[in-house]
Design a protein around this ligand. Structure first.
Ligand SMILES: Cc1cc2nc3c(=O)[nH]c(=O)nc-3n(C[C@H](O)[C@H](O)[C@H](O)COP(=O)(O)OP(=O)(O)OC[C@H]3O[C@@H](n4cnc5c(N)ncnc54)[C@H](O)[C@@H]3O)c2cc1C
Length: 483
């Protein structure tokens, strides 16, 4: 995936079948879907691939156990089926992770048993491993750092875990192998219309400030939390449909969760679910729900969210982490779709919605990482059926294996791969997304940044002035990961 070749392809292609705006989970799945069907496909991302929400998830491929209580069996079933396809098509990127749900009253046992049976049943043949019920002693053996006062037992069930940013790069590489052109740091500024119908975009490549006037037959707005901004470019009078909800996570040392089994904090007062999950030799704790007004690709967790996560971790962990134990923290903003019923954001639908405007702009919003493949399939089916019925082609992604990149361990090799094959342009691209160092340990990321930048400079043909500026930029960017 070479950036120079992508730029040449954008400049040389007179018209695309499909232009996708946004390089998050949704846009990347649309790019793979489009290219593998045989459409001439272009994806444009204004920052780095998955720079925003899609690199800040809890990193679970799941049906969502918590939706059982809300009776949303269809939503869970869809997630579990998609989880099964992901396990088959990307086994190298998928970990089957046990989750332990403790109970403190004997009355909880039949209730949890029923829930687990249903969760396994809804996965059908694609179940990862069947759930297990544990007595008190076995529960403590399963999770040695679990607080045991009042513990009666627990249930273990299985869900998928992944590294969202790595998964995204492998999706992009697979799409590129099928002929898609994908360009990061290229912002769509305007939509072009011909006889009232969208027929292209005006975009700026931000590294060299090069403008592009690009023509396309079907244009998809996959900009997540920025969807309303793009919809306004299409029709200034269109009412907003997005509700933005920030979710935060903290990362602590693995001594706080000595098992490979993740924990669920069972009752959080306001009915949120908080997970304590082993991730990349550390422990990830999250998440929260805080409604925000403005979209941002690099939001910062608030003091209240950090305290909330620490308080709830203290309820079930011993030893429990304190503020000074936090190695890094990160937040992302959920792209939820407005409800007419005044629901709180934790109750808003995680379903996706597809809207096609009068001018033909296709907007795909909502959903989650787990259902990205299905979202893309539905979007392209609807879009081509309505806008280009003479060119409908079948979806191929249900059984399409994803690319596997080589694993490197030395810094020069990692930087080389990231710049030459994965289109990294900044230190944050490498330290936050091609590797996850900034997410896992901010001190380590700050210490590595000068060397990473020194290695990047000759590959990108940059001088020492760029190196100094890039280090300042990275130090500023990293501030939102500090507690
Ligand atoms: C805290 C949190 C935890 C979550 N945990 C999970 C989980 O465990 N499992 C799960 O399945 N889902 C999870 N989700 C949901 C999932 O992360 C999101 O649904 C998904 O990442 C949204 O992807 P997206 O591509 O729609 O949006 P985004 O990732 O926001 O991508 C949109 C992209 O569009 C780009 N863009 C915007 N404007 C322009 C423009 N003018 N030109 C070009 N590009 C533009 C943006 O820069 C951005 O990169 C979680 C979400 C949050 C916030």
């Amino acid at each position: 995936m070479k950036r120079s070749e992508m730029l040449k392809s954008v400049a040389d292609t007179p018209e695309w079948d499909l232009i996708i705006i946004g390089g998050g989970a949704t846009g990347l799945w649309c790019a793979l879907d489009g290219a593998s069907r045989g459409y001439k496909t272009l994806l444009l991302e204004k920052g780095d691939f998955v720079e925003g929400t899609s690199s800040r998830s809890t990193k679970l491929f799941h049906g969502g156990l918590r939706y059982l209580k809300q009776g949303r069996l269809g939503l869970i079933h869809e997630g579990l089926i998609e989880r099964g396809y992901l396990a088959k098509n990307a086994p190298h990127l998928f970990t089957s992770r046990p989750f332990f749900l403790p109970f403190y009253s004997a009355l909880d046992k039949p209730y949890y048993k029923l829930g687990m049976l249903l969760y396994d049943f809804l996965a059908g043949k694609l179940v990862l491993q069947k759930h297990r019920l544990l007595n008190r002693a076995d529960s403590i053996a399963e999770c040695p750092t679990l607080r045991s006062e009042g513990l009666k037992g627990g249930a273990v069930y299985y869900d998928g875990q992944f590294d969202d940013a790595r998964f995204a790069i492998e999706l992009a590489k697979t799409a590129a192998n099928y002929g898609a052109t994908l360009l990061n740091y290229c912002k769509v500024e305007e939509l072009v219309k011909t006889s009232g119908k969208v027929s292209g975009v005006i975009a700026t490549e931000l590294d060299t400030n090069t403008p592009f006037n690009i023509r396309g037959k079907v244009i998809i707005n996959a900009t997540g939390i920025f969807s309303d901004e793009l919809r306004k470019l299409d029709d200034r009078a269109t009412p907003p449909i997005m509700v933005l909800s920030r979710g935060s996570h903290i990362i602590v040392d693995k001594k706080f969760l000595s098992s490979q089994t993740a924990l669920i904090v069972p009752k959080t007062g306001d009915k949120r679910v908080i997970f304590v999950i082993p991730w990349q030799e550390k422990v990830l704790i999250g998440t929260t729900e805080a409604v925000v007004c403005e979209p941002s690709n690099n939001p910062k967790p608030s003091e209240e969210e950090i305290s909330f996560l620490l308080e709830h971790a203290k309820l079930i962990l011993t030893p429990y982490p304190k503020k000074e134990d936090i190695l890094s923290s990160f937040a992302g903003i959920r792209p939820l779709v407005k409800s007419s019923h005044n629901k709180s954001s934790s109750k808003l639908s995680r379903n996706h919605e597809i809207l096609i405007s009068e001018s033909g702009l296709v907007t795909i919003v909502g959903g989650k990482w787990t259902t990205g493949r299905k979202m893309a399939e539905d979007t392209l089916n609807r879009a081509f059926k309505k806008l280009l019925p003479c060119k409908t082609l079948p979806c191929k992604t249900k059984s399409l294996p994803l690319h596997k990149s080589p694993s490197f361990f030395s810094l020069p090799e990692i930087v080389h791969l990231a710049v030459e094959e994965e289109m990294a342009l900044t230190a944050a691209d490498i330290l936050a997304r091609r590797t996850r160092t900034l997410f896992l340990d901010i001190k380590q990321a700050l210490a590595l940044a000068p060397e990473v930048i020194r290695l990047m400079a000759p590959l990108l043909k940059k001088n020492s002035l760029w190196e100094a500026e890039e280090l300042d930029k990275f130090n500023e960017y990293a501030k939102s990961y500090c507690v």
